[in-house]
Each structure stands twice: as structure tokens, then as C-alpha cells.
Design a protein around this ligand. Structure first.
Ligand code: PLP
Length: 400
């Protein structure tokens, strides 16, 4: 039977598939790869993946683990030693005792938000999500029959949440709130007082808080603080984090949830029914990543490199006519405002890719509030970032 015959069978898809979104970064990456296959040189500022290799000590431990037979299933929630390593690391940062049974390991942190939502959401429930924000949150809420309610991030406040709007959006159907600090796509960071105000609202209205802290080590000023450490919040917070961004381990696929035991048990049940467990040697690598001085030093070196790149990007973008770029406090993204160029962000992103060979994302890939912005990831070598800025500047100058 040929491909044509297969194509004639119309498969009726479930209606819920229409409610599932996509992720601009992966779409633009695929297009950029297509252009590269035609021989073009594309600079990749679209995907949030550190360019550094995974630190050697971590890779060596995983290779040795495979050689010594760590290639079988583990318990669904993860190896006890790996869960202990997460509990110790999160506990130290939050200044509280984290129990091992609050921890579940997952193949990437995206599963944490999905499982947490699956465990608590009824059809029609509302979940407040940041706008602009990581697209998987709203997509997963809709997919599960819930209603994502966007709350604005304000450029003039360093892309912190609009707390007044947040308070006004909470209604009788609000079940949960998703936070992400440091934030993708803006690099914004919530302050201590922000966290306390949000925590008070969550407690008053009995909300679950899902806090995405995947960029918590990528912070350029001050120390990271989790909403989970605000007194009374550990009982209603699901923390999601993982190895991808901190240790340059995106392809290893290891995330984790720290949640009240009742919820952690449900996340474990969902793991039993889906992934079974995170990869065994990856879990062993996590023990090395989270618990050793050499991994911590490698993270320090990467953060220093990102800090230098951030300065390069902010300065370069602000020098372009019509572009205004805030200095992000965390993560590895800049989110320049391009309204004064008079260009639509989607058109500009498209032209930059096709004409200038620079892959970036339109701000609207992250929600309506991204109108008039672009997102650039500075996860490339300085030479490439400089070249990308030069190409972008030349492109804008040619269109004036
Ligand atoms: N959360 C945010 C805000 C992200 O930007 C990303 C990746 O881009 C993730 C979660 C996914 O991370 P992981 O590789 O752990 O699934």
C-alpha cells in the first residue's frame, strides 16, 4: 500500500486536540533548519537552550551509570537517592525541611505543570497565567477543559506581574495560578513583596500555585526566593524545576515536582500511567548535578557568561532606532519593545529570519500582551550574538 492510500483515510481527531496550542520556538527552529538545509547561515536566537556542553562530571557519572547497568525502570517517583538530592537542594534554597515524599521526578519539567493541572482541574475551572508567558501553561489548561485567564506583566515594572489586575481577576471559578520567576520570555523577576502579596491572595482565595522556577539559578542580581518559602504556602504550592537550563541538560529530560504529599502522590500516579519513570541514568546524573561543588562551579561560570551576553544584547538593542530593551534580571532572554519602529512584530520576525538570517520570536508567540515585542535568547556565542545584532540593525536601517 502506498503513502497515497494512507493519506485517503480521514482520521477523526478528538475535539480536545483543537484546544492544544503549540510552541513558537520549536516552529521557528524547524523553519530555520529548513533554510539551513538550503545553505543559508542562520543565527539561532529563537530557542531557549544553553549552548554550553553539559559539565563533564555530570556526563561521566551518567556514562558510568549506563556501563554499570542503570538501564532499568526505577520507582515511578524516582530513585530514592535522586529524590533526596532534590529535597536537600530545594530545602537548602527555601530554608525549610523538604521531605522526600514531596518530590517526584519527571522526564522534563513541562510534565509537572500538566500533572498538577490534571490532578486539580475540573472542566470550566479558571487558571491565571502570565501574559506574556510560556505557551504550554495556557495550552495545557485549555486542553484539560479549563479556562486560561491571562494576567499582564508590565514592561514599566521590569516585567513583574500586575498585582492589581491579578487581584481583580480572581473569581469563584479560579482554581490555580501559574507563576514563572525568573520569567520566560521577559527575564522579569518577582520581588519579595510581590511574592508576599500573591501568597496572601492565594491563601485568601484557596488557590493552588504552580511556580515554574526553571530559571531560578539564572539570576543576575540578588538571591532567588520561592513563593513556596512564604509561610503557609508549601501546603498549596507545586514547584516545578529541572536540570535543563541550569546545567545545560535540555536533552537529558529531567524535571521535578515538589508538592504537598497528597498532590505528589497524584503526580506519582500520573507518572505510573504515562512515563513510568524518568530515565534511570539521568536520575543518577541529577544526584551529581544537584549535590557537587564542581557542578555548582560550572553553573557559576555559565551564569557569568550569560551576564556578559545580557549586557551585549541590551546595549546593542537599545542602540537601534525604535527599539527599547529593558535589562532583564534573570533567565537568558531579552524582550525588546519594537513599537517605535512602526513594524508589526510578526512581520519583523519573519523578515529577520528570511532576509537577515536571524531567528527570533514575535512577542505574540507568548500571548496578546507580547504585541509590539520580540524575544531573543542569548544562548549563543558572543561572536554570533554580535553578528545577529549587526544583521538586525542593518535590516531595521534598510527599512527606515
Ligand atoms: N518552563 C519554562 C518557563 C521554560 O522556558 C521551559 C523551556 O523552555 C520549560 C519550562 C521546559 O523545561 P524542561 O526542559 O524541563 O521541560
Amino acid at each position: 500500500m502506498g503513502v497515497g492510500a494512507l493519506a485517503r483515510v480521514a482520521i477523526r481527531l478528538a475535539r480536545r486536540m483543537q484546544r492544544l496550542g503549540t510552541e513558537g520556538a520549536f516552529e521557528v527552529l524547524a523553519r530555520a533548519r529548513g533554510l539551513e538545509a538550503e545553505g543559508r547561515k542562520i543565527l539561532h536566537l529563537e530557542i531557549g537552550e544553553p549552548d554550553f556542553p553539559t559539565p563533564d562530571n555530570i556526563s561521566e557519572v551518567a556514562i558510568e551509570a549506563i556501563r554499570s547497568g542503570a538501564t532499568h525502570y526505577t520507582p515511578a517517583a524516582g530513585l530514592l537517592a535522586a529524590r533526596e538530592a532534590v529535597a536537600r537542594s530545594v530545602g537548602q534554597r527555601q530554608g525549610r525541611e523538604v521531605a522526600t515524599d514531596e518530590v517526584v521526578l519527571t522526564p522534563g519539567s513541562k510534565f509537572v505543570v500538566l500533572y498538577a493541572l490534571m490532578a486539580v482541574l475540573e472542566p470550566g475551572d479558571e487558571v491565571i497565567v502570565p501574559d506574556p508567558g510560556y505557551p504550554a501553561y495556557a495550552s495545557q489548561v485549555s486542553f484539560l477543559g479549563g479556562r486560561p485567564v491571562p494576567v499582564r506583566l508590565r514592561e514599566e515594572d521590569g516585567f513583574r506581574l500586575d498585582l492589581e489586575q491579578l487581584a481583580a481577576l480572581i473569581g469563584p471559578r479560579t482554581r490555580a495560578l501559574v507563576l514563572n520567576s525568573p520569567h520566560n520570555p521577559t527575564g522579569g523577576v518577582l520581588t519579595g513583596p510581590d511574592l508576599e502579596t500573591i501568597a496572601a491572595l492565594a491563601m485568601e482565595h484557596d488557590l493552588i500555585v504552580i511556580t515554574d522556577e526553571i530559571y531560578s539559578h539564572l539570576l543576575y542580581e540578588g538571591r532567588h526566593r520561592s513563593i513556596m518559602s512564604v509561610p503557609g504556602m508549601a501546603e498549596r504550592t507545586v514547584l516545578m524545576d529541572g536540570l535543563s537550563k541550569t546545567y545545560a541538560m535540555c536533552g537529558w529530560r529531567l524535571g521535578y515536582a515538589v508538592a504537598p504529599t497528597v498532590l505528589a502522590e497524584q503526580i506519582e500516579r500520573l507518572m505510573i500511567n504515562t512515563a513510568s519513570c524518568a530515565a534511570t541514568f539521568t536520575q543518577i546524573a541529577a544526584i551529581e548535578a544537584l549535590g557537587t561543588e564542581s557542578s555548582a562551579l560550572a553553573v557559576e561560570r555559565m551564569v557569568a557568561a550569560f551576564r556578559a551576553r545580557r549586557a551585549l544584547m541590551v546595549e546593542g538593542l537599545n542602540a537601534m532606532p525604535g527599539v527599547r530593551c529593558a535589562n532583564p534580571a534573570g533567565a537568558f532572554y531579552v524582550f525588546p519593545n519594537i513599537e517605535a519602529t512602526g513594524r508589526d512584530e510578526r512581520d519583523l520576525a519573519e523578515e529577520l529570519l528570511v532576509e537577515a538570517g536571524v531567528a527570533v520570536l514575535p512577542g505574540t508567540a507568548f500571548g496578546g500582551a507580547g504585541k509590539g515585542f520580540l524575544r531573543l535568547a542569548y544562548t549563543q556565542r558572543e561572536e554570533d550574538l554580535k553578528l545577529a545584532l549587526e544583521r538586525m540593525g542593518n535590516h531595521l536601517a534598510s527599512r527606515r
